[in-house]
Design a protein around this ligand. Structure first.
Ligand code: HEC
Length: 203
């Protein structure tokens, strides 16, 4: 009888201790990201602080990126990575963050970062002058036969609508420019139009 009682006591004590230990280890940490989503400009860094419901939590993350480069899997209390938009439109990175405390991992948290491309404006000196001098020489440059000198900013600017009209004509149509040459590429014609949209900047 005595042995039976002792046995029951020990068994209960074992269950009790076991349940205590299991409960201690079983609390999964809940991760919070501040901010919960972020929008940055291409070439700048993310700044996302990671905190948890359980003290001493560590965080590791994996990445999925579309139209962005620079995001890498890692670990720490802060996601600070310099991201670059690889195209003309915004890209995104999703960080999937796993919090771990006392050997137990919590639910994964997703944080999405939007990376806006840096808008580069078309300028006369950087884009338009090289294009016109290259395509319209020897006639429309200083010293050339034509009175309209496109190597002069003021002239190119005042004539831009006529320039676009002429380069968009069929190669066989009267007044097609460059006279006697081949049609400008669609990309170069788009560049002339974007110069107008961007405000006909000189520099
Ligand atoms: C081989 C010489 C030659 C080349 C190269 C040439 N042009 Fe011309 N361009 C002319 C001549 C000649 C005229 C005048 C006759 C006319 O209006 O069609 C003219 C007229 C123009 C006019 C009309 C100007 C106005 O005041 O109405 C524009 C605009 C023009 N060219 C743009 C261009 C552009 C842009 C290029 C280069 C992509 C180019 N041209 C290349 C000879 C040339």
């Amino acid at each position: 009888m005595k042995t039976k009682i002792l046995g029951l006591f020990l068994f209960s004590a074992f269950l009790f201790m076991n349940s205590c230990t299991e409960e201690d280890e079983a609390v999964p940490p809940v991760a919070t990201a501040t901010p919960s989503a972020q929008t940055i400009s291409s070439g700048t860094a993310t700044s996302i602080a990671l905190t948890s419901s359980v003290a001493g939590t560590t965080f590791s993350w994996t990445v999925t990126q579309a139209g962005v480069s620079g995001a890498t899997a890692g670990s720490g209390l802060n996601i600070a990575q310099t991201l670059t938009a690889t195209g003309a439109v915004a890209g995104t990175v999703t960080y999937t963050i796993i919090p771990t405390a006392n050997g137990v991992s919590g639910t994964a948290l997703n944080v999405t970062v939007t990376v806006n491309p840096v808008i580069v404006k078309i300028t006369y000196n950087a884009n338009i002058k090289p294009l016109l001098v290259n395509s319209c020489t020897p006639c429309h440059v200083t010293g050339g036969s034509n009175p309209n000198k496109f190597d002069i900013y003021a002239t190119a600017k005042s004539k831009i609508n006529v320039i676009i009209d002429r380069v968009e004509r069929e190669t066989t149509a009267a007044g097609f420019m460059p006279k006697g040459g081949s049609k400008l590429s669609a990309a170069n014609i788009a560049l002339l139009k974007k110069w107008v949209d961007d405000g006909l900047l000189e520099n």
